[in-house]
Design a protein around this ligand. Structure first.
Ligand code: FEO
Length: 169
């Protein structure tokens, strides 16, 4: 049985995951405006991952017999000053999401809600990867600097990223 408090937190997280997809779509648009389609692709794929995360929450809430609530959200940030600014912002956002996952996990532990504890483990691991990937790209972009031809090599590398839904079972 899901408590009202835990159900609210799970529904809020569904919202944050959808909102993340929106953030990354805006970042993709900024990269496209710089004629860096590989960087744009990286964020488009990131957005697909976020929608996948959101649907995991949607299905989990349903499977537990809870009522899904869909929330709206504020406009994402659309103006960035540089690639470094984009990745700094993406990393900060992932750190926020990590804190959110840990907060829900703390509540699930407090309530001894074992299905939620087990469900969230996947997200705990996923957040380690998400933060690492944003942090590594931030370092690369900082090291290269915006006008370095190496940015175009990195752009080609990022153009290869594709979305493959991870096996859930
Ligand atoms: Fe779903 Fe990037 O956290």
């Amino acid at each position: 049985m899901l408590s009202e408090r835990l159900l609210n937190e799970l529904n809020l997280q569904l919202k944050y995951e959808m909102e993340s997809a929106n953030y990354y779509l805006a970042m993709a648009a900024y990269c496209d405006s710089l004629d860096l389609p590989g960087f744009a692709n990286f964020f488009l794929v990131q957005g697909e991952e976020e929608r996948f995360h959101a649907m995991k929450f949607y299905n989990f809430i349903n499977d537990l017999g809870g009522k899904v609530t869909i929330y709206g959200f504020d406009n994402p940030r659309n103006d960035f000053s540089s690639l470094e600014d984009v990745f700094q912002s993406a990393l900060k956002h992932e750190q926020f999401v990590t804190k959110r996952i840990h907060t829900i996990l703390d509540l699930a532990n407090e309530e001894k809600h074992y299905p939620t504890i087990s469900f969230l483990q996947w997200f705990v691991d996923e957040q380690v990867e998400e933060e690492a990937s944003m942090s590594q790209l931030l370092s690369k972009v900082k090291r290269l600097g915006e006008d370095n031809p190496g940015i175009y090599m990195l752009d080609e590398e990022l153009a290869k990223r594709t979305f493959t839904p991870p096996a859930t079972e």
